[in-house]
Design a protein around this ligand. Structure first.
Ligand SMILES: [Zn+2]
Length: 124
């Protein structure tokens, strides 16, 4: 059975494999649809760039409707060039990002993940 989950991840090359590995293992799925932007939790939590947010939303929607993903992860990470703020600020951004994604009313569970300096994935 081909199964997918969805990740709204940073474009940073260092966080792709850790997130794919963690999600495949955690949810026992074959594939992770990856939607990337620099610092996506900054974009979603600020909620000011409607064009960009709509682009992210359309891609997430495609993953959920066409690939039947029922998990959407939003990701923040240590040493993010697109979002150079401390961990506590990123945790708050993750929370606000989850709220925004929830407002899209997609039939999926939304989770937030944080990747530390050793590229270990933590569920927030
Ligand atoms: Zn980043």
């Amino acid at each position: 059975m081909v199964t997918f989950v969805t990740a709204i991840n940073c474009m940073d090359g260092r966080v792709q494999i850790p997130i794919i590995y963690w999600m495949k293992k955690e949810y026992k799925v074959g594939y992770v649809d990856m939607i990337t932007e620099p610092g996506p939790i900054k974009i979603l939590s600020e909620n000011t760039n409607a064009t960009l947010i709509n682009s992210i939303k359309q891609r997430v929607k495609l993953s959920v409707t066409q690939h039947k993903s029922n998990i959407i992860a939003i990701i923040g990470h240590h040493d993010c060039t697109g979002n150079p703020v401390d961990k506590d600020t990123q945790i708050a951004q993750l929370r606000d990002s989850v709220k925004l994604i929830e407002s899209w009313n997609l039939p999926a569970t939304i989770i937030s993940l944080w990747v530390d300096k050793d590229w270990i994935v933590h569920k927030i």
